[in-house]
Design a protein. Structure first.
Length: 218
């Protein structure tokens, strides 16, 4: 197979978008230049082009840049097509109704994971939704374990991973690998107060998840 030709300017523009997403989405030109080891004038030219196309915006009160609305538009389109008309959101809604704890869906992005969707529980004490947040895979969480252990654990043996107050004090979590044709697409996570969301409740939640998934064939 012939080696694919990569266009350097496109690669650099995409690296700028990734850098903004991974570094707080509020970066100075110098931060981007230093972080990507690119000439400041080169970064400025690329940023200007991305800004013109709506993929980057500059803060009106400071010399900082963040992702623009066109990035959101692409993400929404991806989410709609990827989950075939919001099937994942419906799965999360059903899970929250059955388990009464906050449920999330996270996907891996390089060495991080990203909260793509979440439905909060109606209970007064609950886990907060984290839609749009990035976390490093080194974060001690059930979701990290799913993504890091995927290469080591077969699809048949890994049911779910657990986190007993590792990521957040007072909160327990579980994360279930979400697969299609044996390929890992992401992780469905459930989180609740440690006094309420016990290991026994996690096992029950997994069984409820299996039943709910029968109504959403992939």
């Amino acid at each position: 197979m012939a080696e694919k030709k990569l266009i350097q300017s496109v690669m650099r523009a995409l690296e700028i978008l990734e850098f903004l997403a991974e570094n707080g989405n509020n970066c100075r030109l110098q931060d981007i230049s230093d972080g990507l080891e690119l000439n400041k004038s080169t970064v400025h030219s690329l940023i200007s082009t991305l800004e013109h196309k709506g993929y980057v915006i500059q803060d009106m009160d400071s010399p900082r840049y963040s992702l623009g609305l066109n990035c959101m538009r692409l993400g929404i389109t991806y989410r709609r097509d990827f989950f075939a008309r919001d099937r994942m959101n419906q799965i999360l809604v059903r899970l929250v109704e059955a388990i009464e704890e906050t449920c999330f869906f996270a996907v891996r992005v390089a060495e991080q994971y990203f909260y793509l969707d979440a439905i909060a529980s109606d209970r007064s004490i609950k886990a907060d939704p984290k839609i749009g947040c990035f976390f490093k895979l080194t974060t001690p969480s059930a979701i990290s374990k799913v993504f890091l252990n995927e290469a080591k654990v077969s699809a048949q043996s890994m049911k779910y991973e657990v986190d007993f107050e590792q990521e957040e004090q007072g909160m327990n979590s579980m994360a279930i690998p979400f697969r299609k044709n044996q390929s890992l697409l992401g992780a469905i996570a459930i989180s609740g107060p440690s006094a309420r969301f016990t290991s026994r409740r996690m096992a029950e939640a997994y069984e409820q998840y299996v039943e709910i998934l029968k109504d959403f064939p992939l």
